[in-house]
Design a protein around this ligand. Structure first.
Ligand code: GLA
Length: 370
């Protein structure tokens, strides 16, 4: 008798541990949108202890944090490095996740040689466009059918809605953007194609983005969604400003994807906003107040901020197809080094010990039922 019940208990334990868990963040919002996470090489390969099971339990979409950016995937003219990308898409397939490619064309994390000929002089427009298209062919072509959506072009607008004077723009004008989308569509017509940027909540910046996106649409160039990166702070932008952004993008005929969500809890010098990687300030105790742990006040504000943001996203679930967190846990967030290097930040859903922040999760549970 005792033996039978022991066997029964043992079998129950084994059986239930094999059943897919249904209580992740993704499950809260499964009727609304994908819940994604940006992952790095250590996580994809399973080398970071404890990370992979959390990724699988809580997320149904993946973004590559750095590994598919030009300087990593194509560091030299004849050298492509697909180790990360191959492992990444394999994980996406294993998880049956909505797998994102990020990003084909950007002014950051792109080597200088891209814009130069063999003598180091600036490339002319046609050659630059040909080089860009070749890159898109090779990278998006390799992952055709495996990547479900591409951030085709990243961050080409200034805050006032004018074009950023990047090397791309200086050499090729706005044609590089159009050609990038055309080429990405040609290479993998089944993949969704996104324009992605920070501070899309700003009316002036958004006006530039939507003008171009509509122009492309009118020319028959496919753009499926506008990525609002979502690098927010505890205090800003306001929900109202974000909501206006979501509504306007939808009214212009595009889906909204929240592509890089995190909430900076630390003070920002000069109230700097967004994710302009050129901005970096010196570290000081004033800007690094939570070295030994976040204060209860800031922790409560963080939970409330996440609840408010997800409530807004829920309200607009007919317009939003995905919400992606920019990193799995606080220990690995880029916000430990931006806009001030070497700080201790707390912007994500999991803490440094890879524990889900229970107060955030409890609030998300409530919001998800609304
Ligand atoms: C931008 C990029 C991301 C990432 C963040 C900061 O938002 O789109 O790929 O580099 O900056 O890490």
């Amino acid at each position: 008798m005792l033996r039978t019940s022991l066997t029964f208990i043992l079998l129950t334990i084994i059986f239930s541990s094999q059943k897919p868990k249904k209580n992740g963040v993704k499950d809260l919002f499964k009727e609304s949108f994908y819940i994604g996470v940006a992952v790095n090489g250590q996580q994809v390969s399973g080398k970071e202890a404890g990370a992979l099971p959390l990724i699988e339990e809580h997320f149904n979409s993946l973004s590559p944090e750095n590994g598919l950016k030009w300087s990593l995937v194509h560091p030299k003219p004849e050298v492509y490095s697909f180790d990360f990308g191959d492992a990444y898409v394999a994980l996406g397939e294993k998880m049956d996740a909505f797998t994102i490619g990020h990003c084909l064309v950007w002014h950051q994390q792109v080597p200088n040689w891209v814009f130069e000929n063999e003598s180091g002089e600036p490339l002319d427009k046609d050659k630059l466009l040909a080089r860009m298209e070749d890159h898109i062919q090779t990278v998006a072509g390799r992952y055709k059918g495996k990547i479900d959506g591409w951030d085709v072009v990243n961050e080409v607008f200034n805050e006032d809605g004018t074009f950023r004077e990047s090397k791309w723009y200086q050499i090729a004008g706005k044609d590089f953007i159009k050609n990038a989308f055309r080429k990405a569509y040609e290479v993998d017509p089944a993949a969704e194609l996104y324009y992605n940027d920070y501070n899309v909540w700003k009316a002036s910046k958004r006006a530039g983005i939507l003008k171009l996106a509509k122009e492309m649409k009118a020319e028959g160039i496919r753009v499926d969604a506008i990525g609002m990166q979502g690098h927010y702070t505890l205090g800003g932008p306001s929900l109202d400003e974000i909501e206006k952004g979501i509504i306007e993008i939808a009214e212009a005929g595009f889906k909204v994807v929240i592509t890089e969500l995190d909430v900076d809890v630390l003070p920002r010098p000069n109230n700097s906003e967004g994710a302009d990687l050129n901005i970096n300030f010196a570290n000081s105790p004033e800007y690094n107040p939570f070295v030994n742990g976040i204060s209860p006040e800031a922790e409560a504000k963080l939970a409330q901020r996440y609840a408010d943001l997800f409530q807004l996203f829920q309200k607009h679930k007919d317009k939003i197809t995905r919400v992606t967190l920019w990193g799995l846990h606080d220990g690995k967030s880029w916000l430990n080094n931006f806009p001030v290097r070497g700080r201790t930040n707390y912007p994500l859903l999991f803490d440094r010990d890879l524990k889900l922040k229970e107060d955030v999760f409890a609030k998300l549970k409530v919001v998800s039922k609304q």
